[in-house]
Design a protein around this ligand. Structure first.
Ligand SMILES: [Zn+2]
Ligand SMILES: [Zn+2]
Length: 270
C-alpha cells in the first residue's frame, strides 16, 4: 500500500485545500510522509497557477511550521514543482520535481496542460495539427528541465497525454520513439519517474500516466518510479494509488521510491 505523497498542491498555488487540511487528511489515511510541491513560476514565462513572490514566502513559512507542529505524527517535506522556465533556487526546498509544463515555439510559451481546448488550439495553430511534432518538442523540454535543475524526481513524463482520451490522441511510432529517447537520456540522472494519478481525480483520464508502454520503457532502461497523486484537493490525496501500483506491477516494477531524511528509499510493493 502506498502511504506517502510527494506531489501536493495547496491554496498557495492552484490547490483547493490548505496545507493543514492536506496534513490532517494524510494522517487520517495513515501516511508516513507528505511532501508539498507548490508550483514555482518564472518571470520569463508567466504561469497564473504558480505562487506569487508573497505566497512563496508564506508557503515556505507555513510548511516549516506544520513540519514542527506535526513532527511526532508524520514526516513533512517542503518541495517545489519547477518548470523548465521557473526562476527558482532548488536550495529553498527539501526536494524538487522537474516538470515541463510548456514548450517554447518562437516567442510563444505553449501550455501543455491548461485544457484540452488549449492543446487542440496549440497543436493546430503552431504545429499544423502535427501532435507528434508537438510531443517531440515537449520531450526535449522535459529533458532540459531535468538538466537545468537536477530535481529529486521527474514529474508526469508524458504530460501531453493528459487529454489523450478527450482529444483522441494515441501513441504513434514517432511519439514512442521520442519518448524512448527522452527516457534513455533521463535515466542517466538516476532519479525516479513518477506515476501520476492527478488526471484521474480531475476527470481527464481513466488510468494513471505514464502509459504501460512508457513504464515498460522506463523499467527496461533501469529507471526507478515513484507513485504520486499530484493532489489539488485533500479528498484525492490517495486517488487511484491501487491502480497505479497494479499498473507498475504489470510492467514488471516491484516497488517504488519515496523521499526520506536520508535520501530516496525503495519500498517494495506488498
Ligand atoms: Zn505538473
Ligand atoms: Zn503538480
Amino acid at each position: 500500500m502506498i502511504r506517502s505523497n510527494f506531489h501536493t498542491h495547496t491554496v498557495f498555488c492552484d490547490g483547493k485545500s490548505t496545507a493543514r487540511e492536506m496534513v490532517e487528511q494524510a494522517i487520517k489515511l495513515g501516511f508516513t510522509a507528505l511532501g508539498f510541491s507548490g508550483h514555482v513560476g518564472g518571470h520569463e514565462c508567466l504561469t497564473p497557477y504558480s505562487m506569487s513572490d508573497e505566497s512563496h514566502v508564506a508557503y515556505l513559512a507555513e510548511i516549516k511550521s506544520l513540519k514542527e507542529e506535526y513532527a511526532d505524527r508524520i514526516k513533512i517535506y517542503c518541495g517545489g514543482e519547477l518548470d523548465l522556465f521557473s526562476t527558482a533556487d532548488p536550495k529553498d526546498y527539501d526536494f524538487t520535481i522537474g516538470s515541463a509544463h510548456h514548450v517554447k515555439k518562437g516567442e510563444n510559451y505553449l501550455s501543455i496542460d491548461e485544457s484540452a481546448e488549449t492543446e487542440r488550439y496549440n497543436v493546430d495553430t503552431f504545429y499544423c495539427g502535427d501532435f507528434d511534432a508537438y510531443c517531440e518538442d515537449y520531450f526535449k523540454a522535459a529533458v532540459e528541465c531535468v538538466k537545468r535543475f537536477s530535481p529529486t524526481f521527474i514529474g508526469h513524463i508524458d504530460l501531453p497525454m493528459k487529454f489523450a482520451e478527450i482529444n483522441g490522441r494515441t501513441e504513434s511510432p514517432r511519439y514512442l520513439e521520442a519518448a524512448r529517447d527522452a527516457i534513455a537520456e533521463l535515466c542517466k540522472f538516476d532519479i525516479p519517474f513518477e506515476i501520476n494519478t492527478g488526471a484521474i481525480s480531475r476527470g481527464y483520464r481513466s488510468t494513471p500516466y505514464p502509459s504501460k508502454n512508457l513504464l515498460s520503457m522506463i523499467k527496461s532502461a533501469g529507471g526507478r518510479i515513484m507513485i504520486n497523486s499530484d493532489c489539488h484537493h485533500a479528498d484525492s490525496l490517495d486517488c487511484a494509488f491501487v491502480e497505479a501500483e497494479e499498473l507498475a506491477k504489470k510492467c514488471g516494477v516491484d516497488g517504488h521510491w519515496i523521499i526520506t531524511d536520508n535520501g530516496l528509499e525503495f519500498i517494495k510493493f506488498s
